[in-house]
Design a protein around this ligand. Sequence first.
Ligand code: COA
Length: 342
Amino acid sequence: MVRLEGWERLRAKGGKVIEPRISGLGVYVPEKVMTNADWERLVDTSDEWIIQRTGIRERHVAAPEEVTSDLGVHAAKKAMDDARITAEEVDLLICATASPDTLLPSTACWMQPKLGLEGKPAFDLSAACSGFIYGLTVAGQFVRSGMYENVLVVGAELLTRVMDWQDRSICVLLGDGAGAAVVSPQGDRGRILGSKLHADGTYGELLWMPAGGTRMPATIETVEKRLHYYLMRGNELFKIAVKCMAEATGELLQELGMANEDIDWVIPHQANMRILQALAKRLRVSWERVVVNIQRYGNTSAASIPLAFREALDDGRIKKGDKILLVSFGGGLTWGALMIEW
Ligand code: COA
């Protein structure tokens, strides 16, 4: 059978409504685990402070020879297996990352040959911790329009290599990992009902990497001043996070004609346990309905939602027909909410 691609598919579709679904989900974390006790030996911090302020107990750290695209490839292969599709059937690869292999080319391009997708379109999407929700939304539009059938969305982060291991205000928070989804019209689960995306660049300097781009090209001085690492004003972000995520959820619920009570599961970006508790309260969702695994992974940015999602599927919490809210917040600022019917 000849597979139609791109605009050919678009023309052949002829007005039919196509519903995007998550037809496969895969995750990967590097083997090495780093505990709070390990951090106590490296910076002026304590297990007690980290647990009380963030909820984090341990995180995974990539091996020296691993790069972001490697983590993404592991997760992508599992997602393709879960969706029962071959590389041949993938039409587009999107990689959401804030810790790319290189600035040029994209991490998606580094991943592509490792996945056997040579020749297929591939690009990166930069939306920091909201990258997975942004990616699912973009993929959903390609599927809905009929242009592509199987879109592979990867959230891959190797944050322990872009953070300052001497800056205790951020290093204890972050971890490495990857998650991937196949978005396609296939199957009977994972229907994407809608999404709301937002960004506000006026807050860009609350979480950024000052040097290494055109704004501040790399010099000996920028390296000496440690400007090639993430800089975060965590306290200010904290205050905005809950408000933004709750508002995006409210807009989405209204658009879908749903109420807070209709949400069966909230799968939020795992940035801080206290943010998640405040969010649950604000959304009037009981804490048992919030999927939380920050204790074991820390903040893995674009990978955190798929990591929590896969866990709740594997342990049987999520049942067919459940309404699942994905909600995130991150550097940019970017934030968003996306609803799925499983
Ligand atoms: N260990 C011990 N003490 C630490 C520390 C650490 N790892 N990091 C910071 N501190 C200290 C600070 O220096 C400060 O000390 P001071 O009062 O003597 O100045 C004190 O702890 C309180 O710092 P503060 O930044 O006000 O703490 P906080 O309660 O806001 O918690 C974060 C800090 C980063 C955990 C929290 O603000 C947060 O999670 N923010 C949101 C992060 C986020 O959402 N990121 C973007 C989305 S991915």
